[in-house]
Design a protein around this ligand. Sequence first.
Ligand code: IPD
Ligand code: CA
Ligand code: CA
Length: 273
Amino acid sequence: MNLDIEYLKEVVNKAGKILIEFYKKNITINYKGPRDLVTEADTTVEKFLKENLKKQFPDVPFIGEEEGLKEQFDTCFIVDPLDGTTNFAHHYPAYCVSLGYIESKDIKFGVVYDPLRKEMFWAKKGKGAYLNKHKITVSKQRELKKSLLATGFPYSDLVMPRILNYFNHIIPHCQGIRRGGSAALDLSYTACARFDGFFELGLKPWDVSAGILLVREAGGVVTNLEGNESTPFDGEYVATNGYIHQEILEIIKKSEINFPLFSEYFKKVLNDN
Ligand code: IPD
Ligand code: CA
Ligand code: CA
C-alpha cells in the first residue's frame, strides 16, 4: 500500500497534543493489574487514532493496546496510545505515542512521538530512520564496558525475576542501565545513539512495532534472546547498535543457568505458579 506518511505523522502529532492536555489536569486512573494502570488519556487517544486511521485507511485493521489483541493480522496498524502510562500518571516526563504499520508481516513504517520534547522518531522500511527532519543512526560504541543500556520491568510477576537476573548480570559489564519506563522511547533512543542497547522481556506488539523498525533502519540489530531476528509478537528483545549485541546475548545465556532468587516475594510467586 502507498502509505501517506505525512498524514500518519500529523495524526500522531495531534494524538500527542491530546496527551499533553490530559497531562496538565488531574486524571482518572484505573487498574488493569496491581501495577498496570490505565488512564482516561490512554482510552481517549486510542479512540482518536482508531477513528482517524479508519477514516483514511478503511481496509487496514487496527490493533490498539486498550482494545487488545483479539485477532492476528498480517497487515495492520499497531498502536500504543500512551507508552509510559505509569510515568504519565505520576507526572514523570517520559511518555509517547507509538504507531507501527505492518504489511504482509513486515514492519513498513513506525513513528514514536514524545509530545513534551516535540521529538518525532520515524522510520520507513528501506528509507532510514529520522528524528524530526534529521537522519539518525545507532551509536558506534564497540565496547560493552563503555555502553549505556536501557531496560524495563514488565508488569508480570512471573517475568520479573528473569529480567532482574539479566540486569544483575549485565550491569557489572557496562557503564550503566537506565529504566525509563517507556519501551518505545528506549528503542527510539537506541536508534539515535542516546543508548547503545536495550533488553526487555514480556513486551507487547504495540510497545515495540515502531521501535524495532527505528533501530533497524538506524543501522542496529533487534533479535530475540537466542539471537534470531525478532517480530513485534516475540515479546523478548535485545536491540543494539550491533557491535555489543553478541556479548549481551552471551551474558544473558550464561545467566539463565540456575539463577538465584534473592527475593522471598518472587520465590513465593514462582512456587505458587
Ligand atoms: C510499558 C512501558 C514500560 C515497559 C512495560 C510496558 P505502558 O508500557 O513500555 O517501559 O517496561 O513492559 O508495558 O503500559 O506504559 O504502555
Ligand atoms: Ca506500552
Ligand atoms: Ca500503553
